[in-house]
Design a protein around this ligand. Sequence first.
Ligand code: ATP
Ligand code: MN
Length: 463
Amino acid sequence: MNSKYFSVKQAYSLTVGTEVTLRGWVRSRRDSKGVTFIELNDGSRFKSMQLVVDAGVVLDETLKQVTTGSSIAASGVLAESPAKGQAVELKVSAISVYGTADPVTYPLQKKGHTLEFLREIGHLRVRSNTFGAAFRVRNALTHAIHTFFQERDFIYVQTPIITTSDCEGAGQMFNVTSLSMANPPRTADGNVNWQQDFFGRPAYLTVSGQLEGEIFALAFSKVYTFGPTFRAENSNTPRHLAEFWMIEPEMAFYELEDNMALAEEFLKFIIRYVLDHCREDLEFFNERIEKTVLNTLEHVAESKFGHITYTDAIQELKKSGKTWEFPVEWGSDLQTEHERFLSEELFKKPVIVTDYPKDIKAFYMRVNDDNKTVRAMDVLVPRVGEIIGGSQREDRHDVLLQRLRDSRLDEKAYWWYFDLRRYGSVPHSGFGLGLERMMMYLTGLKNIRDVIPFPRTPGNADF
Ligand code: ATP
Ligand code: MN
């Protein structure tokens, strides 16, 4: 690699007078008397570099090809910029064109496009301001997550993507099979003969790495997973994807209180990190997407999270005087409208709801002494609703067995999970953070399809 090449980001940190070659894609081009101005962006930062081309410096037939969307290399000298809002510009001495972009058909012309339209051109939307900013934030966020756990001696564990255990009996899993759909082998009674399938039984894409995470926590004490998760829920909402990324820490010797403290510390850490590393991108979101983003993030990084039990939350919802689309009754799950009320109006900050009725939560959550509620915790944040779901796990063998039976799950499939309670069982806890929900919170983007590079939703798996 020749050392004259720099990214736009690097170029901004070089001194005036340095000779550089920049390469990237043309965002816009403007001709005025005797000068052509070109905005060059290479994704390294939000800001493009302004290229200034004096008349006669570059051959007309070359300059003609420099249109929005084309890819070029531009050489020249960094100069102080008289224009507002930028320290330097590039005084161009030569340009070469890598690839042209027909101005008539190139879909990303300068005008503001809607996010819906941009979703239809997923192969090009990453060259826009909004998606450039979103995916730089996403990159910083993933780095912050690893940093947080690595600095605290958590072991990163890769749990399997293909699984034969239906994690929560939640259903809604994608089947993984190598059988012919048109003509599957059948048993004598006419059902599909899964014994002849690749794994000798039905297999699925994982909905959570938690159960396997517990295996590792009971050996390494503190672990986390960070990987893709799949849910075939047919809910076409702005907050659900069929494929999303989840971070799941799991800690031995942690009770619910420790779990909540970790979740709060974790969220504040990653918010602070992104505030410190993605200022320019966040300022764009604050200005163009959601004008409360920066304030909220600064505020959250400083304030203490609210705490409320599910039972108290139900009381608050009832006496709020609001009319709810979904009824508020002890025993039914909180809906987004309820979650948003609690965080946006009642607490006006993130709030952790604990001790949910056991019947609406997974079998592995630790049963409280009242025998009606479990040691569950959901972290709710303004605008987004649930961002984290977690719990202290049931570590008592017999209680767990009863809960499994009550949930009508197949005992045999969980033999190893019970072994963890048979041999050296300890109190332990964990939670799951949806990466894309966090992204929505950070950017203010309101549709989850806009914070993942390639969204998968019912009826849609393009690109
Ligand atoms: P919700 O009630 O919002 O559907 P959930 O209770 O099913 O979520 P959990 O099983 O607790 O979710 O998963 C942990 C976290 O994963 C959630 O707090 C959320 O941040 C994220 N999450 C869950 N389902 C989805 C999805 N379909 N798309 C994107 N993120 C999700
Ligand atoms: Mn949940």
